[in-house]
Design a protein around this ligand. Sequence first.
Ligand SMILES: [Zn+2]
Length: 55
Amino acid sequence: MRNRFSGYCYYCTQFVAKGAGHFEKRQDAKGFRVIHAECVFKQREDKQKANGVTA
Ligand SMILES: [Zn+2]
């Protein structure tokens, strides 16, 4: 889902303009966090590497 609010990417910490990324509801809080669209893929690759899965 595209982010309706601007914020700082939780993956790379750079600014994410409104509509330029995605936002996710936090599991542990009522707020949300944002991430760049490209960082979603980077993060996914990191997780796969961490799990020993080859992309
Ligand atoms: Zn980012």
